[in-house]
Ligand binder design. Structure first.
Ligand SMILES: CC(=O)SCCNC(=O)CCNC(=O)[C@H](O)C(C)(C)COP(=O)(O)OP(=O)(O)OC[C@H]1O[C@@H](n2cnc3c(N)ncnc32)[C@H](O)[C@@H]1OP(=O)(O)O
Length: 406
């Protein structure tokens, strides 16, 4: 059997690596035209690849830097891991395992405290210390059943913007939302061309509408209209499918939903990836017009530097707990940490709760309960009373949500 070795991607090797990624995701190799557009946002930096005996890449993992808002509002440098794939004729030979090890060691050496990703499958990344840290919801709001309560979302004005205006204005607008919730990630300049500009300027008919309140533009929605008519239902209204909806104020949020729910000839307004706690039903006279179509893991987080990450977030009010953390990939994180409202220290005292780094990572942003994870054995309870204290310390007032796909 051929061998592989993993190393950092060198300048000039990116296009061959992109082809590996495309193959793993059932896509086509990039044409010269596509590559010319992508190349600026596909630097060699942050990429590790596996190469066969002939020097041909057969696996790839990438990352770029973002800032992630942690409970309490601090923004931590985070490696946004994306572009992971192994060529189908090389899978299940340990290539991903080796690439993840190289990437994590590099991040730790560079002092990057967190790594985060969106997983194609939920079974892949737990073994590398990632835990599902934010969840999101799919919603569908039935029309005409959904009628807004009196006065909801009437303060501002909503207007369409052209794709060119959207490309120019929305990035600055988005910066107004950063830091409002744990789990939010910044969108660096390199994110926009591949994930926003391409969509709104493409051929799929996406529309962008912007909300203005007393302080100017304060929210936007990107959505697509899908024709759902068929022979059985020739008069059925369209489906409005939200790609993203962000608002700086509750008024802007309600105003954008008012706009969507007021468009004529529509049978439903739907969206995936919405926050779990979005109070949509509260806008309507008939709350049953809102259906939850799915609840699914969103951001997977990995504490690369456990001490730095624990110290960076704030905690609720409770007596401290001692957590004993185990980290297979980065043993420097192994040890006990006393966590309380006044801060975090390493400690030699007896542990109250024992857990691995993936479990701690999934609890870090405030989603989930130590008590629930204790039920499945993911948290080992050494002092029963510590479970409620840990939940009180880690719980956050706002449900964590990422809101950005990468
Ligand atoms: C952040 C992102 O970019 S998400 C996108 C991830 N990429 C994709 O989904 C593209 C299609 N899939 C692939 O390219 C590959 O199958 C990968 C990257 C998911 C896995 O790569 P591999 O080199 O096969 O992983 P590797 O051999 O290191 O497997 C490590 C372990 O994970 C398990 N594993 C890996 N992938 C999967 C999977 N998709 N389903 C179930 N188990 C898996 C392996 O069985 C192995 O288990 P073991 O340690 O008990 O033996």
């Amino acid at each position: 059997m051929s061998e592989f070795h993993v190393r950092a991607v060198a300048e000039g090797e990116q296009r061959a690596c992109l082809d590996v990624l495309s193959q793993s995701l059932h896509g086509k190799p990039a044409s010269d035209e596509v590559w010319a557009k992508m190349a600026p946002s596909w630097p060699a930096a942050g990429k590790f690849a596996a190469f066969d005996d002939h020097g041909t890449p057969v696996g790839i993992t990438s990352s770029f830097e973002v800032e992630l808002t942690v409970p309490g509002g601090q923004k931590l440098v985070t490696a946004a891991v994306d572009g992971v794939g192994v060529r189908a004729d090389w899978t299940r030979r340990g290539i991903l395992t080796s690439m993840m090890a190289a990437q994590l060691e590099d991040l730790a050496a560079r002092g990057v405290p967190l790594a985060a990703l969106h997983a194609s499958e939920a079974v892949i990344y737990g073994r590398f210390g990632y835990g599902a840290a934010t969840f999101c919801r799919g919603v569908s709001v039935e029309r005409p059943r959904a009628q807004l309560r009196d006065g909801v979302g009437r303060e501002g004005v909503v207007r369409f913007v052209t794709p060119a205006e959207a490309v120019e204005r929305v990035p600055a607008l988005y910066n107004r939302f950063e830091g409002t919730r744990p789990g939010f990630v910044s969108r660096p300049a390199g994110w926009w061309p591949g994930f926003f500009d391409r969509v709104v300027t493409g051929d799929d008919g996406y529309r962008v509408a912007v909300h203005s309140g007393p302080d100017g533009d304060d929210g936007f929605v990107v959505y697509q209209t899908i024709d759902t008519r068929d022979r059985q239902a020739p008069e059925r209204g369209a489906l409005l499918d939200i790609r993203e909806l962000h608002a700086a104020t509750p008024q802007a949020w309600a105003g954008l939903w008012r706009f969507l729910l007021s468009i004529d000839l529509v049978s439903a307004v739907a969206g995936r990836g919405r926050p779990l706690d979005e109070p949509l039903a509260e806008l309507l006279t008939d709350p049953r017009a809102v259906n939850t179509t799915e609840v699914i893991d969103d951001l997977w987080l990995r504490l690369v530097d456990v001490f730095a990450a624990l110290r960076a977030r704030s905690y609720g009010t409770a007596e401290p707990v001692v957590l004993e953390v185990h980290d297979k990939q980065l043993p420097g994180n192994d040890g006990r940490y006393v966590v309380g409202p006044d801060g975090v220290e390493r400690t030699a005292t007896e542990a109250d709760l024992r857990l691995d780094v993936a479990t701690l990572s999934s609890l870090y942003l405030g989603h989930g309960l130590f008590g629930d994870l204790a039920l499945s054995g993911r948290v080992e309870v050494l002092d029963e009373a510590a479970v409620a204290r840990a939940d009180a310390l880690f719980h956050t007032a706002r449900t964590p949500w990422c809101g950005t796909f990468f």
